[in-house]
Design a binder for this molecule. Sequence first.
Ligand code: CP
Ligand code: NVA
Length: 326
Amino acid sequence: MSDRDETGRPRDEKMQHLLSLFDISADDLKQILAAADLLKARLARGDRPPVLQRLVLALLFEKPSLRTRVSFETGIAQLGGASLFLGQEVGWGTRESPSDFTQVLGQFVDAVVCRTKSHQRAVQLASFDALPVINGLTDLCHPCQAMADVMTIRESLGPLPGKHLVFVGDGNNVAHSLALICAMLEMRFTLACPDGYRMNDQWVDRVLEQYPSASVTQTEDAKAAVADADAIYTDFWTSMVQESEAATRRSAFAPYQVNEEWMAAAPNHARVLHCLPAVRGEEITDEVIDSDQSDVIVQAGNRMHAQKGLLVWLLNRAWIDENVIR
Ligand code: CP
Ligand code: NVA
């Protein structure tokens, strides 16, 4: 028997998951982003290399999605594989034990993307090492989003080290992944938010422990933060499953709307990002999201390209080694 499995990975290597960007190194991330750039360029020439031919990706989602679902399903199809969308009817967590569920799933499909209400559910899914688990958004983080975001910033503004990403909004899942990815890529990250909506302390401590020279700042002064921004990012004030807090959040975040006043305070070159979906008129105005400074549509499109890089990195490392220059 070969010492490599069918994905080109050494058989004695631990199963690789992507529950958060803490699961990979900065070098791994750079390799994934390089693969994403390469696959995006090849697609633009009409070239869809069947790098994951006949592999099957499951999507196990507890919450709604447009971008994450469609970008993973089309991405794997372009790579020669197939996907299965699994909603509530498969009974994850309700119909049988998590162990039976996951081990059975692992016999049928090659990897699973999960979108869960609680991050712990994703951790449990990965704990059986039955198949690689990719986080497609949990309450804690959204790593695939952050990969597409830095890809977008690099396309607009060039090399990433030293670039300043200012997130105006809730210190929640998207902000967590952005703070971490900025640390990994030597970018500066600032969260501007009202008191009480900062990032999880344990998350920030872990970012600084793992990347001691990281620049991670949290402030209530959004105007000062955007004055020095290369990219300004915002997200829902009320994330999925926080709906009962909507009224309180609307009033807390009202002074933090990304609007023309903030853009006037920002450098002319600053780009605008939003993970989408957006509540236009709440966290961002029509004028800003539709302006020439906005990259939000390209950013959403980059979800697919970034995730294709990730899927190939997870499932066909041999192709990465042969095709992606380190
Ligand atoms: N940004 C994002 O994850 O979008 P969806 O919720 O539509 O997947
Ligand atoms: N913070 C948002 C992101 C949506 C893509 C949420 O969790 O609902």
